[in-house]
Design a binder for this molecule. Structure first.
Ligand code: GLC
Length: 457
C-alpha cells in the first residue's frame, strides 16, 4: 500500500469517536485551525462514507456499533408537540460529551443546526449502511432483531403515511439533505427521491420475509421508478418536447402534466445539452422543473438501478461530454450551474456562504468521488473514475483534505472549507478501493428490481 493511502487510512482512524469504550462513529472534520461549530459531531450522512470504507476493509464492528447507536437515538414516541422530532426520525448528527467522567450521547435533529433544517436523509442513509453492513458481514441476524425491524418500520411509517399530496415522490422543506442550507431545493428534490428509492430497496431486503410492509414498499418502488424515469429524465429529445409544450391542460390526457411553461427553460440549457446522453433534473413540481444538475441524485440513481440501463449510460455520457463543468479541476461539482444574481438573492436568501460557484452553490466536493467511482464501475466507465482519482491524488493530501473547492472549474480550495474533512478522506479511499477491487460494489449497489412492476401514477 502506498504511503499516501496508508496515511489517509491513518487520518480516518484518527477521526474515530468512542462511547463507553466502543468505536461508534467518526467526527465530521479534524481541523484544529477552525472553530469546531458542529463539525465535532458524527453526522449520519458523513459517516455513511466512512462506514463503506471500513466495511470494504473488513472493519465491521464500528459500523455495527454506529447502527445500534443511531437506532437508539431514533425518535420512538408519537410526536407529542410540534417541537419534538416526529416518530421514526433519525438525527442529523450526534455528539458524545463527558461530565464528571460520565459520558452522554446527545442527538441533534436539527435543533442546533444552522437555520434548523430537517434531517430527512438520515433514516435513508442508516438503511443504506445497514444493508451494506449485512452484505459485507453476512450478519442478517442484526437486521432481523426485533429492535431493528421496529426501527425500519418506523422509518417506513414516516415516509409512507397519508400526506396532502398524491405523488410517489416525497415533499420536503429546503436544505433537508447534504445541501443543508436554503438553495431552492425544497419540494421534490432529486437527491432526496434517489435516497428514498435506495432506502426502500434496502428495507425490502432487510425486513423479515413475512413482513406486511414489503407489499407496500414494492408498490411505491414501482410508482417511484416510473415517475422518475418518465418525468425527471431530460435528454435533448425531451427538452425539445418541453420547448413545444401546450399549457393549461386539464384532465387525465394532459401530456404536460405539471403545466411547465416552455419559457421556463433556462438560457444556458439548449446549448449545453449534448445530442446524446441526459440526466435527471433537480426537481419537479407544479409549473416547475429545476433544470440544474445534481451529482448525488444522478449517481445514486445509477447505483440503485433507479435509472434504467440506458439512462445510466446516458448520465455517464453527459459527465464525459461536459467534464470540464461537472468534474472540473477537482471532481466533482455538487450542483451545476450556480445560482447567480437575482436567482441567488431570492433562492438562497443572499447566503454569502453559498455565493455563486462556492460551497453547495456550484462548489466542487471531493467526497462525491466514491459515488462517481461506484457509478463508473457499475456502468463500465472505470477510465473516467481513474482520471478523476488521479487529479484527487495529486491535490487532496497536499491541500490537507479540504471539504470543498470554489470557482467555476473548482480550482481554489473553498474559502471557508474545513481541512481534514473526514468524508473527503473516506470518499477518496472508497473510490480507490472500488477501482482496485470492483467486487466491493456489491454492498452499495442494486441491480434492476425484477419483483417490481414499473407502473404509472
Ligand atoms: C455541511 C454540509 C453537510 C455535512 C456537514 C458535515 O453542513 O452541508 O452536508 O453533513 O457539513 O460535514
Amino acid at each position: 500500500m502506498s504511503y499516501l493511502i496508508k496515511s489517509a487510512w491513518q487520518r480516518l482512524e484518527d477521526a474515530i469517536i468512542s462511547y463507553e469504550g466502543r468505536p461508534v462513529g467518526t467526527l465530521a472534520a479534524c481541523d484544529s485551525q477552525e472553530f469546531a461549530l458542529n463539525y465535532d459531531q458524527c453526522f449520519v450522512r458523513d459517516f455513511a462514507v466512512s462506514a463503506i470504507a471500513f466495511l470494504m476493509r473488513g472493519q465491521t464492528d464500528i459500523v455495527r456499533n454506529f447502527l445500534t447507536t443511531v437506532l437508539s437515538l431514533q425518535s420512538c414516541q408519537k410526536q407529542m408537540d410540534c417541537f419534538s422530532p416526529g416518530q421514526g426520525l433519525m438525527p442529523a448528527s450526534f455528539k458524545i460529551t463527558c461530565q464528571n467522567e460520565v459520558e452522554e450521547m446527545q442527538a441533534d435533529f436539527g435543533e442546533h443546526a444552522i437555520a434548523r433544517v430537517a434531517p430527512i436523509d438520515s433514516g435513508f442513509w442508516w438503511l443504506l449502511v445497514l444493508r451494506a453492513y449485512v452484505k459485507a458481514s453476512g450478519d442478517l441476524d442484526l437486521a432481523h432483531q426485533h429492535e431493528f425491524q421496529k426501527g425500519i418500520e418506523r422509518i417506513l411509517d414516516l415516509c409512507l403515511t397519508a400526506r396532502f399530496e398524491m405523488l410517489p415522490t416525497l415533499l420536503v422543506p429546503d436544505g433537508s439533505f447534504a445541501i443543508d442550507r436554503r438553495m431552492g431545493v425544497y419540494g421534490h428534490p432529486l437527491d432526496v427521491q434517489a435516497l428514498f428509492y435506495l432506502a426502500l430497496r434496502s428495507a425490502k431486503e432487510l425486513l423479515a420475509p413475512e413482513n406486511d410492509y414489503i407489499e407496500i414498499v414494492n408498490k411505491r418502488l414501482g410508482h417511484l421508478t416510473y415517475h422518475l424515469r418518465t418525468y425527471y429524465w431530460l435528454d435533448f429529445a425531451h427538452l425539445n418536447e418541453v420547448y413545444h409544450y401546450q399549457v393549461e391542460q386539464v384532465g387525465k390526457d394532459a401530456n404536460n402534466k405539471f403545466n411547465i411553461y416552455p419559457d421556463s427553460i433556462p438560457e444556458w440549457l439548449p446549448t449545453w445539452m449534448p445530442d446524446t446522453g441526459g440526466y435527471f433534473v433537480g426537481n419537479l413540481g407544479p409549473a416547475r422543473i429545476d433544470f440544474r444538475w445534481f451529482a448525488q441524485g444522478n449517481l445514486m440513481a445509477i447505483l440503485g438501478s433507479l435509472a434504467s440501463d440506458e439512462q445510466s449510460q446516458g448520465i455517464m455520457s453527459l459527465i464525459k461530454q461536459r467534464s470540464s463543468d461537472l468534474l472540473g479541476q477537482m471532481p466533482l461539482k455538487m450542483c451545476f450551474p450556480a445560482l447567480e444574481g437575482r436567482d441567488w438573492e431570492v433562492l438562497t436568501g443572499c447566503d454569502a456562504k453559498n455565493s455563486p460557484w462556492s460551497y453547495h452553490n456550484g462548489g466542487n466536493w471531493p467526497f462525491l468521488l466514491w459515488q462517481l467511482a461506484a457509478a463508473a464501475v457499475k456502468t463500465g466507465n472505470e477510465g473516467l473514475a481513474q482520471r478523476a482519482l488521479d487529479i484527487a491524488i495529486r491535490q487532496l493530501p497536499q491541500q490537507d483534505w479540504p471539504e470543498y473547492y470554489d470557482g467555476r472549474d473548482g480550482r481554489f480550495v473553498g474559502k471557508k472549507a474545513r481541512k481534514f474533512q473526514t468524508w473527503t478522506i473516506a470518499g477518496f479511499l472508497v473510490a480507490q478501493e472500488l477501482l482496485q477491487n470492483p467486487q466491493n460494489l456489491e454492498c452499495i449497489s442494486f441491480s434492476e428490481d425484477a419483483g417490481v412492476e414499473v407502473c404509472p401514477d
